[in-house]
Design a protein around this ligand. Structure first.
Ligand code: CA
Length: 236
């Protein structure tokens, strides 16, 4: 896979009171090429969100005085901040907490302890989803070329016509070739936590994507992993 990306200009605001966590987050995100703005409490986070206009906010749930939930609520009500995607970090895995986080407008959710790889994947996906065109990022997997800026997909040079949902599905798959995505993960990333949808929706759209990519007798690039999900695999 070839990733052509310019991330130098992408700014991530981290709101986290624990020094060790902050260091881990900023170290890894900086290594990926993001610019980091750090806030150690909710008040400062809200202020920096206004002042710095970050492209993404990584927000810890457990913060002194103003909680992450409250910060998220205020961000999503703010005239200048409501469009900034928020990934919430939390040790709480309860379904009700998860729903509460989403209720106040969090765009994604990571439960501690998380792996750095998972965090980075979520951050990348979120930035891509929030503003794919701003990055000029073209992805390539085997003979599939994915150009989010032009909203174009081709296979071996031949244009592939995709609906918007199939396009988003492919954007998830092609971001991490070979990785197996569960239907839940796909629902989260492609349908953005729409709780009314079920696995059949995923299967139907994967089927459509598959059909579109198999045009003109090409091999099937999508692997079905029994009781696990789907992956995009292409031999170079
Ligand atoms: Ca904390």
């Amino acid at each position: 896979m070839v990733v052509v990306t310019k991330m130098n200009s992408i700014k991530v605001l981290i709101v986290e009171d624990e020094a060790a966590q902050m260091e881990l987050l900023s170290y890894n995100l900086e290594k990926e090429g993001y610019r980091i703005v750090a806030a150690t409490d909710g008040e400062e986070g809200l202020l920096l969100a206004e002042e710095e206009k970050p492209d993404l906010i990584v927000l810890d749930w457990m913060l002194p005085s103003l909680s992450g939930i409250e910060v998220c609520r205020q961000l999503k009500r703010g005239k200048h901040t409501h469009e900034i995607p928020v990934i919430m970090l939390t040790a709480r895995g309860e379904e009700s907490d998860r729903v509460r986080g989403l209720d106040v407008g969090a765009d994604d959710y990571i439960i501690k302890p998380y792996s750095v790889a998972e965090l980075l994947a979520r951050v990348r996906a979120m930035i891509r989803r929030a503003n794919p065109a701003s990055q000029g990022q073209t992805l390539e997997c085997g003979d599939i070329l994915f150009d989010p800026e032009k909203f174009q997909v081709s296979r071996a040079g031949i244009p592939v016509k995709l609906g918007p949902t199939e396009f988003r599905l492919l954007s998830v798959f092609i971001g991490k070739p070979g990785r197996v995505w569960s239907r839940d993960q796909l629902l989260e990333r492609v349908w953005e936590h729409n709780l009314d949808l079920d696995y059949r929706t995923v299967d139907v759209h994967v089927g459509r994507l598959r059909k579109a990519l198999r045009q003109e007798g090409k091999s099937d690039p999508i692997r079905t992993v029994r009781s696990a999900g789907y992956a995009l695999d292409i031999d170079p």
